[in-house]
Design a protein around this ligand. Structure first.
Ligand code: UGA
Length: 314
């Protein structure tokens, strides 16, 4: 099987590549523009005969012959996607159009990693796939959440109009080794802060919730969705829900009991609650997450300590 992974040098993408490369029948091509991804994440595969890495921005067409496309490309941290919102929406719209055009030309099956952000600031809880969301179309996050909504629309239009085989995953907050240390998302921020003995910055009010999925569980869900018979959209996430204050307290207890927790200003349109209903994933994919937050955080701590050069004191 020839498989293209866009955004494959990123955090989730590179873990996905590791899993796909385990199968000796797979040839994996990664296309990444390195805006947030890094070659370092793939260094063990560079030079491997079944692996190819291309510097490519998906807003430009790509001509390759593949059987499957995992279309992950797009900055996912709010700090990075808000840094250049026009580029973010172009990646979601033009990038997805280009990948669908490729899927159509070569007859490949394509999986889009959409996001829980399509639910916006959700008015139903937990979020089921049938919920249409509560999204601000003109806010600072819209480049990402409206961008992903259009990407989902394009997927279904190509499916209905051209018979393309599509798969849509709605990913809920994912964490784990290889996240950028300066990524700006909450788990990586808190772990880096705890290791550096800097205050954990809980954005006000701190009662907002998220549900955090460990990256190996996420990758397992994505592969099951691609290999299964359902188009989705299917929520892939861990239903264990935490307030940001609870997350900070867990990080403090597990990583640095001396560290201070402070409240800082939040950014506009921050969703107040988020938790996936994963009934569909359980029933249709036989998938559910295995790794609890308190077991996943120490695995990520180890990776961050190595990269920051700060060993654990015992
Ligand atoms: O995985 C998802 O479902 C989506 O979540 C993220 O969005 P968000 O949940 O806002 O991610 P974070 O930036 O990690 O923020 C989570 C919460 O932590 C808070 N936060 C963030 C950073 C920080 O230092 N302190 C802090 O309290 C934020 O206010 C927010 O309430 C990203 O938009 C997407 O990568 C992704 O699609």
């Amino acid at each position: 099987m020839r498989i293209l992974v866009t955004g494959g040098a990123g955090f989730i993408g590179s873990h996905l590549v590791d899993r796909l490369m385990e199968n000796e029948k797979n040839e994996v091509i990664v296309a990444d523009n390195y805006f947030t991804g890094s070659k370092d994440n793939l260094k063990k595969w560079i030079g491997h005969p079944r692996f190819e890495l291309i510097r490519h921005d998906v807003t430009e067409p790509l001509l390759v012959e593949v059987d499957q496309i995992y279309h992950l490309a797009c900055p996912a941290s709010p700090i990075f996607y808000k840094y250049n919102p026009v580029k973010t929406i172009k990646t979601n719209v033009i990038g997805t159009l280009n990948m669908l055009g490729l899927a159509k030309r070569v007859g490949a099956r394509i999986l889009l990693t959409s996001t829980s952000e399509v639910y916006g600031d959700p008015l139903i809880h937990p979020q089921t796939e049938s919920y249409w969301g509560n999204v601000n179309p003109i806010g600072v996050r819209s480049c990402y959440d409206e961008g992903k909504r259009v990407a989902e629309t394009l997927m279904f239009d190509y499916h209905r109009q051209h018979g393309i085989e599509i798969r849509i995953a709605r990913i809920f907050n994912t964490y784990g080794p290889r996240m950028n240390i300066d990524d700006g998302r909450v788990v990586s921020n808190f772990i880096a802060q705890a290791i550096r003995n800097e205050p954990l910055t809980v954005q006000a009010p701190g009662t907002q919730t998220r549900s955090f999925c460990y990256v190996s569980d996420m990758v397992d869900g994505l592969i099951r969705l691609m290999e299964g018979e359902n188009t989705g959209p299917i929520n892939i996430g861990n239903p264990g829900e935490f307030t940001m204050i609870e997350l900070a307290e867990n990080v403090k207890e597990l990583i640095n009991p001396e560290v201070e927790i402070i409240s800082v200003e939040n950014t506009p349109d921050d969703p107040r609650q988020r938790k996936p209903d994963i009934t569909k994933a359980k029933e249709l994919l036989g998938w559910e997450p295995k790794i609890k937050l308190r077991d996943g955080l120490p695995l990520m701590e180890e990776d961050f300590r190595q990269r920051l050069g700060v060993p654990r004191k015992n």
